[in-house]
Design a protein around this ligand. Sequence first.
Ligand code: PAF
Length: 284
Amino acid sequence: MKVVTTLQELRACRAELPAPVGFVPTMGYLHEGHLSLVRAARQECASVAVSIFVNPTQFGPQEDLDTYPRDLDRDLKLLRSEGVDLVWTPSREEMYPPGYQTWVTVEDLTLPLEGKVRPGHFRGVTTIVSKLFIAVQPEKAYFGQKDAQQALVIRQMVRDLNFPIEIKICPTVREPDGLALSSRNVYLNADQRKAAPVLYRALRTAQEAYQAGECDAQTLRRIVEETIAREPLARLQYVSCADLGSLQEIEGAVHSPALLSIAVFIGSTRLIDNIILDAPHDIE
Ligand code: PAF
């Protein structure tokens, strides 16, 4: 496994990789969710490249950029054991040199949900992912359904900018109690960790109601709200039941695939999760 930092090294190593190249962009502190993306890439591609970069431009001023967990040695060990070919750990200076002023923005899809409560977040994500794509030039790139809006925004960006890259969206990986894996789970203390499965429980309760015939979007959102409200350590930031294509909030009946998604604070840790309604399987 080659580990490179500079763009020059990255380009030289990339040129040697047999196609197709599968790419997994990450911010490090890897868990089974990331590794499931790496395994999907390993299965489908001749070469696998991973980037590790905590991208400052997707964090808001009050967010956890400085405390975001990092453990490069552990990450590299994990990636080596998954048979990854190339790891790129770019520097902040090379990604955003002094005087940097070029941004990629996706419009409508980034306005609701995460975009509404984290202004500027998706501009940071789409900019860095574009830069990573341009440098790595993968044939396929892998994202998790846990960050569903991110994955849909990137798919839109790839379509709009004609990147010759297939975007693969892989299922959320969960702990046995349902908590979606996230690097931020490490912030939870023991009591908060016990409370955190309430996110998935709330989504599942609404999904079961939907499957039993309740298709009013407002009622489904209320079921989620009520489940979260019963957990004293949890505070709901938003619940959305939105059209899976446009991410516009559904008023009235759900009759096309819908994304039921939530953001919840457990103490000061912000967690997100989602589930798809009315689809035979996850987003593909
Ligand atoms: O999902 C993430 O870890 C990040 O948003 C990404 C895609 C690596 C861009 O920094």
